[in-house]
Design a protein around this ligand. Structure first.
Ligand code: CTP
Length: 411
């Protein structure tokens, strides 16, 4: 569809980047990146009309995003998920290169690919009908995918964009690749030159979140530690045995929780950050939030959750399972966000407590109060502020399995 449309506008069109890389790696990837040699925005508008989607255009960068819902329905009869297609414009005059690089005349697609981060991401597939499926590989991407190496395209790549240091590690760990020798040297140089300091908090935070969303994010963090990237982000960051153990437990708890297929997914980055900052002073925790320029809501939540978790852990130090402790635990954990409860589970070494928290998550939080204030009025009680206390007492009794007795007494 896109190929025919581009052809009718006399544009060359390519699928590029992670989408192509993941085809060769046989990994699922639903984010399509297109590059058009021509007017990318005009093309995006025309394609969106055909797909029945919307377009967000960035005139300054000559890029556009098409958002549309594919026709058909999913397994459960629901409409399919919205899909995003990024469209970029490849134009020669658009690229400005650091003076140190040799100036060479390149075709626009070659230039577009050359400004990317790694060879494995600098691969394109032509989509025009006559050349459909032709692989465009100027920089040895296929070889590097086969040899499983992450390599930059030129020696100024990390100077141009230091977030690529984190991206290199993320891709290396995700695909079980190896960062190439020369690229390793360039990363070490970039860190010595303190290029990470130049990154805005927002970009760092974004990159760190992407990293902490990876399945085995601990491996990413260990690799960051090896390169001294963590220290460069914030001096107090370190993965000692203590962080490693805690983060491993956090990963285990996250995997366990994922198997429950609960509708709400925990924010993995928040848990990862809790693990990374577990032994931080409040001052350092605020320092991290500041360095990452966390949006006020994230910052508040992160700092508050830390405090809450410390307090709850303190409270649970003396916790022992006995009669009435089900409701006791319920009321202790109730105010915590999901990430907080999972953090406590990962942090505690008390197996018994862990079992009860998992019970709390899988069962107790779904427990509904079957009695309301109206029922109490119907029972002849005077309405008032004590109602909420009574309702809590009923819930506690229900959790501890003696609600009938309590209701009989109330009655
Ligand atoms: N890119 C880059 N430098 C960056 C970020 C992105 O060169 N700092 C390029 C890469 O070529 C990448 C493309 O932009 O393939 C799209 O970026 P992104 O969506 O972040 O990359 P994906 O490879 O799709 O990564 P993921 O699989 O994590 O979505």
């Amino acid at each position: 569809e896109a190929g025919r449309l581009a052809e009718s506008m006399s544009y060359q069109i390519y699928a590029v980047g992670g989408f192509v890389r993941d085809i060769l790696l046989r990994r699922e990837n639903l984010d399509v990146d297109l590059v058009v040699e021509g007017d990318g925005i005009a093309f995006a508008r025309a394609l969106a009309r055909k797909l029945g989607g919307r377009v967000r255009a960035h005139k300054k960068f000559r890029t556009a995003v098409i958002v549309y819902t594919p026709p058909g329905e999913g397994e459960n009869g629901k409409p399919l998920e919205e899909q995003k297609v990024d469209v970029a414009t490849a134009r020669l005059e658009y690229y400005e290169y650091p003076a140190a690089l040799p100036t060479v005349e390149l075709s626009s697609i070659k230039m577009d690919l050359f400004r990317r981060d790694f060879t494995v991401n600098a691969l394109a597939v032509q989509l025009n009908p006559n050349d459909f499926g032709r692989l465009v590989d100027f920089f040895g991407a296929q070889r590097d995918i086969k040899e499983r190496v992450i390599r930059v395209l030129h020696s100024l790549s990390f100077v141009e964009d230091p977030t690529r240091i984190l991206r290199a590690i993320r891709f290396e760990q995700r695909f079980h690749f190896r960062i190439g020798k020369q690229t390793t040297r360039l990363i070490k140089n970039a860190i010595q030159l303190k290029l990470i300091d130049r990154l805005s908090g927002a970009r760092l935070f974004n990159e760190l979140k992407l990293m902490l969303r990876e399945k085995d994010f601990l491996l990413d963090l260990l690799r960051m530690e090896e390169f001294d990237v963590l220290k460069a982000i914030y001096p107090a960051f370190a993965i000692t045995q203590r962080e490693e153990t805690l983060l491993r437990e956090i990963e285990k708890v996250l995997n366990w929780y994922a198997l429950l297929y609960e509708p709400t997914a925990p924010r993995q980055w928040l848990l990862g950050l809790m693990g990374l900052t577990e032994r931080f002073s409040d001052e350092d925790a605020r320092g991290v939030a500041t360095r990452l320029a966390m949006p006020p809501k994230d910052r508040r939540e992160f700092l508050y959750l830390r405090k809450q978790c410390m307090a709850v852990l303190e409270q649970l130090n003396t916790w022992k399972y006995e009669d009435g402790s089900r409701s006791g635990l319920y009321f202790i954990l109730e105010p915590l966000a999901l990430e907080g409860i999972l953090f406590i589970m990962a942090r505690t070494r008390d197996e018994d407590l862990r079992k009860h928290i998992s019970l709390h998550l899988t069962k107790l939080t779904h427990e509904e109060l079957e009695i309301t204030g109206e029922d109490l009025i119907a029972m002849g009680l005077e309405p008032g502020p004590h109602f909420s206390q009574i309702l809590r007492a009923v819930l506690a009794a229900k959790l501890d399995g003696h609600a009938p007795t309590l209701l009989a007494e109330l009655g």
